[in-house]
Every structure is written in C-alpha cells, then in structure tokens.
Design a protein around this ligand. Structure first.
Ligand code: NAD
Length: 425
C-alpha cells in the first residue's frame, strides 16, 4: 500500500489478521501502530500517552514502531486545502488494524461531518467500548466509587448515528410527513406547522454483532453479566427489537452453561432462577431505570450493551461517577481491528499549556494493549497510573478537587507514571 505524505516505520512489522470473525490477530514483537496525537490538548496528551505506552511495552520485553498519521487541524496543516481526514490516515488504520488517536476538533461549518464519526463509519468500527472503573485516589461524587467496574458497548453505526433526518421547511421533510400521514396511516400524530423528522434504524445485523461482541468480551474477561439497555417499552420495534435480537444471540449462539439468557421475569423471581454456575448471564433493562440503578446498585452491573443514543448518555453518566473526562478511556472495536481513543474532546482552551490530563488517552492505550493480548503491559499501565494518582501527584483537573494533592504539568505527570512503570516492572 502506498502512503503519500507519511512514512511507514522501517523497523516494525504489520499486525496481520488470522481470523477476522473471531478477532484473532497475529501480533509481532514490534508492531506498527498508527497514532494520531489529535487537536487542541491532543498536542499535549498524544505525545504523553505515546511515551507511557512505549515505556510499558519496553518494560515487558517488546517495542512499538509508531506511525504518526494526521487528522483534523494537523492534517489540514500538513496536507493543505480542505483535507481533514487524509486517505493516508484511513488507509494506515485500515491496514495496520490496531491504532490510537487523541481528540479531534470538529470543524464548524455546514455539511461538516464529525471526523470521529467519519473514521468510525468508514472503517466500520461498530462498537464503542468504554471501561469505567475506579482508580484509587481519584475524586468522585459517589459514596463508594470503588463499586464501579463496568464496560459499556455502544452501537456505533445506526440509531441516531445513521444521521437520517430532514430539516424543517424543506420539501423533503414535507414529503416524509405526507408519506407517514397518508401512506402509513399516522394521520393524527404530528402537529401542524414546521416540523423536523428523523428516522431511527435498528437492524438485526447491527444489533446482533454488537451484542455478540459484548458477550465475547464478557467470556474472555471472566465477567458475570451482560445487560442489554433499551427503551423498548416505548420504541417497541426498534429498541425493543434490539433487546429481542440480543437475547436471541445469547440463547441461540452459545451453550447454556457458557451464556445464560435470563427470562423476562428475572427481576421478580431472581431467587428461583437456576443460573448455571460460571455462565455469563444476559439480561435486559429499561434505559431510564438503568441510569438510576447504576447509581444505586453500582456493583450489580458489569458489561452493558445498547443502541447508540442510550450508550451516549449512559457512558457519560458512568464516567462522571468515577472521576469524569480527564480519566475516561475508550476504544472502537470492529472485526479484528481497534481504534483506541479517550472519551474527552480537544478542550482548546487548555491546549499547549502543559496542563491537560493525559490519563484518559494513556488508559485508552491500556485497552488497546488488552485487545492485542499484551495483558501484562496493560496491567502495568493501569498500576503505574493508579500508583501516581494515589500518591497525590495529579494534573490540575484532579488537583482542584482534592485536598493536599500536588499539581503537576502534563509532562511532569507523564514522567512520574514512567518512573512508576520502571519501579513496578
Ligand atoms: P471537551 O471534552 O474537549 O472539554 C470539556 C471540558 O472538559 C474542558 O473544558 C476541560 O475543562 C475538560 N477536559 C476535557 N478533557 C480534559 C483533559 N484531558 N484534561 C483536563 N481537562 C479536560 O469537550 P468540548 O469542549 O465539548 O469539545 C471541544 C472540541 O472537541 C469540539 O470540537 C468537539 O467536537 C471535540 N470533541 C472531540 C471528541 C473526540 O475527538 N473523540 C470528543 C468530544 C468532543
């Protein structure tokens, strides 16, 4: 594959796919990993994460051949014209399969698709995955934040992300209204006057592959439960159907002693249901109630799988319970490919000031290592971050919420984590 404006590092080897369906990759000792540092604070946290991840790889006997690729403002600077997502970047992530990115500023302007959405959709990263777990020493509004240890799987390609909507005042929106009223019989449902209309597609294909991914993750990581979160009491044929298709996956595609599809009556009769020991239980809950249970019965939840919009709300709410944006990691999973990225955006006001907290991007790298099967390196990253924060050495965003903490700049905090990697390995 040709790259026009970026170099493929000579010393590394590409990660090859062994079995796409089962996410099986062959990881060389020095894999080529594309990295986008990102816009705004990406310029601070991108290089910081790169250093920490490299230190953890080295400490566990490996190396990484980083391939710098560009998107957002940095792509515009390098490639010129109106290029914000160059083919080089898409092709590198496509070819090398495992990649990490910092936040990107979405250029403001009519018709500009979010670069993040474009990247996720072009390369079919259909599951947005966010682990939410407590790190000792992080300030939290909860009484027992340590009870939180969840991973959310949010569908990434349909529901509101399909982007099918029509603007008020257009000929198209009136055509859709006429069709829905005259042809589909909803003639008394919509008020007269200006209207906006959107369509919420939820397919069997999209729902099942997302739930399958969540169940496989639960099995691989020795988790107890997968909760399907939906609003099927109101949106029966979309959200409700998502849940039914998800339950079908649990029921039909795995042996009962591995994955147990809980019946609807589970809530009332929990004690009487015989759940096979060691099986991952798959249950379903309504999204509104779930936001409440997540706070009141935090320790009961484990892996959550849901359509796009529910996932948007729920994963941010979960993140807030354990310390918020500066530390919340994420990744996008496709078939045998991953693009790790922090949850936060480019926070332009803090950019280039050696202030931003790189933890979210570092922990996104931890998730990437975990995906690659580099469990020891992943654990080392997690332990070194926790050791640093629990010793009271933190960036400004955490320092202002803690008593007696020492405020470090991005670079000094990064050095501290690297020193802890060396100490702990
Ligand atoms: P944001 O996440 O960039 O910032 C919100 C606030 O959170 C900031 O003011 C800052 O105080 C704080 N914050 C976020 N990350 C932090 C960190 N690592 N360290 C310390 N403080 C941190 O959200 P926004 O202001 O809504 O968005 C800014 C830009 O980022 C927009 O262009 C938006 O489109 C983009 N964005 C990108 C992504 C992504 O690339 N995945 C995600 C969200 C937003």
């Amino acid at each position: 594959m040709q790259f026009d404006n970026v170099d493929v590092p000579e010393q590394g080897e590409p990660i090859e796919v062994v079995d796409e369906e089962n996410d099986e990759l062959d990881i060389p000792e020095t894999p080529i990993i594309p990295i986008i540092h990102g816009d705004g604070i990406g310029k601070d946290v991108g290089p910081a994460a790169q250093k920490v991840l490299e230190a953890a790889a080295n400490a566990t006997g490996r190396d990484i051949a980083w391939m710098r690729v560009y998107a957002g403002e940095s792509a515009h600077e390098r490639y010129g014209e109106d290029i914000h997502l160059p083919d080089d970047t898409v092709n590198a992530i496509d070819k090398f399969r495992v990649a990490i990115k910092g936040p990107l500023t979405t250029p403001v302007g009519a018709g500009f698709r979010s670069l993040n959405v474009a990247l996720r959709q072009t390369l079919d990263f259909y599951a947005n995955v966010r682990p939410t777990y407590y790190l000792d020493g992080v300030p939290s509004p909860m009484k027992a934040p340590e009870e939180m240890d969840m991973v959310t799987f949010r569908e990434n390609t349909e529901d509101v992300y399909a982007g099918i909507e029509w603007e008020e005042g257009t000929e198209e929106v009136e055509q859709v209204r006429d069709f829905v009223e005259d042809e589909m019989g909803f003639d008394e449902t919509m008020h007269d006057g200006p209207i906006g209309i959107g369509i919420k597609p939820i397919t069997e294909f999209g729902s099942k592959r997302l739930v399958r991914k969540a169940i496989d993750y639960a099995l691989e990581h020795d988790r107890d439960k997968v909760t399907l979160v939906h609003k099927g009491n109101i949106m029966k044929f979309t959200e409700g159907q998502f849940s039914e298709w998800g339950m079908e996956v649990a029921d039909e595609e795995y042996p009962d002693d591995e994955v147990f599809a809980a019946p609807d009556s589970l809530w009332e009769t929990q004690d009487e249901i015989d759940i096979p020991e060691d099986a991952v239980m798959v249950e379903e809950r309504l999204a509104d109630a779930m936001l409440q249970w997540m706070q009141l019965r935090t320790d009961e939840f484990d892996i959550m799988a849901m359509p796009n919009l529910n996932g948007d709300y729920l994963s941010d709410a979960a993140g807030a319970q354990i310390g918020g944006l500066g530390i919340a990691p994420g990744a996008n999973f496709g078939d045998a490919r991953v693009l790790a990225e922090p949850v936060h955006g480019s926070a332009p006001k803090r950019a280039g000031q050696n202030m931003a907290n790189p933890t979210a991007m570092i922990l996104s790298g931890r998730l990437m290592f975990d995906y690659m099967g580099w469990k020891d390196a992943a654990d080392l990253v997690g332990e070194a971050v926790e050791e640093t924060i629990s010793s009271g050495k933190v960036t400004y965003d955490l320092e202002r919420q803690l008593e007696d903490a020492e405020k470090l700049g991005t670079d000094e905090y990064t050095e501290e984590i690297i020193a802890n990697i060396e100490k702990l390995s």
